[in-house]
Write a protein that binds this ligand. Structure first.
Ligand code: UDP
Length: 242
């Protein structure tokens, strides 16, 4: 049994949280230190009995919107490139997680059988029950969505108890705390409060899905060494939206 109040968790990790210095193919896409720390934290949770599924983004490599603007590549193709970037991140993370001693499976929303298992909901749940980390790659498998939406969708599909959104800031503020030192931090919010105050937490499709189907969301910073464990214990700084 898990020592945390949640048994099954969906963790959304943006590509940028993997420690890239700049979002471009020409620059470093990972920080070894950040990825190793993340993998160690993930394995620790699984060893403590948590069923952990992850949706990983691709923004450290490329985003569809940017590719369309910069290279005049049509949006559907550019988004497919973005989804492939998430598969690259998923494979990297899988490798590092396994080097830390946990079993890990990548299930992709875009079918590519020689690289990853196809996304099959029942199979994902079976892996989780067996104590394997599951990484959902390839987003929703459809263009015009984000990996936040993929995370909300998968969280509902696997009947997670909570969705965790790992970011580079310690939760939700009234405005960007990196630009505005007077920004107010929120410990708790309802979905309606977040909508009324126009707080930019994730894209509208993802947010609406979580709200409509009553999935609690925890926003926290993945930067510190033990943040996953601390947040799940209800300690440290984070924002809970429900
Ligand atoms: N993407 C997509 N459909 C999805 C998920 C992602 O088309 O269901 C594409 C989209 O182009 C997006 C890119 O993949 O820009 C990378 O995902 P995202 O920007 O969500 O990554 P993050 O910001 O979390 O690193």
């Amino acid at each position: 049994m898990s020592e945390y109040p949640y048994k099954r968790i969906l963790l959304k990790i943006s590509g940028e949280s993997l420690g890239a210095h700049q979002s471009s193919l020409n620059h470093e896409i990972y920080s070894t230190e950040v990825v190793q720390n993340l993998a160690a934290q993930i394995v620790k949770l699984v060893e403590r009995g948590v069923q952990l599924a992850i949706v990983v983004g691709g923004g450290n490599i490329l985003r569809g919107g940017h590719v369309t603007e910069a290279f005049q590549i049509d949006r559907t193709t550019a988004d497919t490139m973005g989804m492939l970037a998430t598969v690259m991140n998923a494979l990297a993370l899988q490798s590092v997680i396994e080097s830390h001693g946990a079993h890990c499976r990548v299930l992709s929303g875009i079918h590519m059988q020689t690289v990853a298992e196809p996304f099959i909901r029942r199979r994902a749940v079976r892996h989780l029950e067996k104590g394997r980390v599951v990484i959902f790659a390839g987003g929703t498998g459809n263009p015009y969505f984000t990996t936040d939406t993929a995370a909300a969708l998968r969280a509902l599909e696997i009947q997670a108890d909570v969705m965790l959104k790992a970011t580079n800031v310690s939760g939700v503020y009234s405005s960007d705390p990196r630009k505005n030192p007077d920004a107010v931090f929120y410990e708790q919010l309802t979905y309606q409060q977040a909508i009324d105050q126009n707080l930019k937490i994730m894209d509208g499709t993802a947010f609406t899905l979580l709200r409509d189907f009553h999935m609690p969301l925890v926003v926290f910073s993945i930067q510190s060494q033990d943040s996953l464990h601390t947040v799940l214990k209800g300690e440290g700084q984070f924002t809970k939206i429900q």
